[in-house]
Design a binder for this molecule. Structure first.
Ligand code: GSH
Length: 256
């Protein structure tokens, strides 16, 4: 099946990312999929697109690293708008996709929780690359073992405990489906993806801790997964499986 959905009333959004992995591009995909809004998944159609965009000879404004979002005609004087940095892209598309809360306060909380979920995402990445982003895991394995142990023992419970409290504080009639307010937001889809990634990378650790976070791994996880757009995306087969991206399963880094 094509990774591109047909355009309707929104601009022809183009997501640029590395091909073949969910990676940080997935946070952007999930927002579009949850909202049922069309986007062109350039990463999974043309492997060269992101490479040429990152090249110093590119004629577009420079971007530091993918994901990037191109919005034709949305820049100054009808030029293409080119955005990078996951949270910046999410905060740009969030209101347009109706995923940024009901008012200014909710909008600000949604950004805060998204940044926190992305911090957790980044720390998960650093467990297998604690010393050098550009070096192989095998070259930094000793440090990775120490980093992963601290991540599992201290950081996972700190982050998950925090999000459990956020959900508790947002309970409506004993149910807590979303982090903020009563509507799905891009903070929810972002955190949901990080939880799924943690389960892939650290299955034993998460299995033994799940019971401590009943809201997070209960109603919240199910609510996001069962959102119409997300359920349809998961059923489509277009979501790339976790492999060698941000979330990697090295059994030696998991609990044993
Ligand atoms: N904070 C940035 C991080 C971007 C990032 O690290 N992108 C990865 C792919 S997921 C990359 O290719 N980085 C290359 C580099 O940092 O040199 C974001 O969230 O967009």
């Amino acid at each position: 099946m094509s990774s591109t959905k047909t355009a309707e009333t929104h601009p022809a959004y183009e997501l640029l990312y590395w091909p073949g992995i969910p990676g940080r591009g997935e946070f952007i995909r999930l927002a579009f999929e949850a909202a049922g809004v069309s986007y062109k998944d350039v990463a999974n159609e043309s492997e060269d697109a992101i490479t040429s965009l990152l090249s110093p000879s590119s004629t577009t404004p420079p971007i530091f690293a993918p994901p990037a979002l191109l919005v034709p005609g949305a820049g100054k004087h009808n030029t293409p708008l080119l955005l990078y940095q996951t949270p910046s892209i999410l905060s740009y598309i969030g209101p347009k996709l109706n995923l940024a809360g009901a008012d200014e306060t909710e909008k600000a909380w949604i950004l805060s929780h998204t940044l926190t979920a992305l911090d957790l995402n980044n720390e998960a990445h650093d467990t297998h690359h604690p010393i050098a982003v550009g070096a192989y895991y095998e070259e930094q394995k000793e440090e990775a073992l120490k980093k992963a142990r601290d991540f599992r023992e201290n950081r996972i419970p700190k982050f998950l405990g925090f999000f459990e409290r956020v959900l508790k504080g947002n309970e409506v009639e004993g149910q807590s489906s979303y982090l903020v307010g009563e509507m799905l937001s891009y903070a929810d889809t972002t955190l949901w993806h990080v939880l799924a990634g943690l389960e892939f990378a650290f299955p034993k650790e998460i299995a033994s801790r799940k019971k401590d976070y009943p809201l997070l791994f209960g109603n919240f996880y199910a609510s996001v997964k069962e959102t119409k757009g997300i359920a349809g995306y998961l059923a489509s087969g277009r979501r790339k499986p976790f492999s060698m991206g941000v979330f990697r399963h090295y059994p030696e880094l998991d609990r044993h």
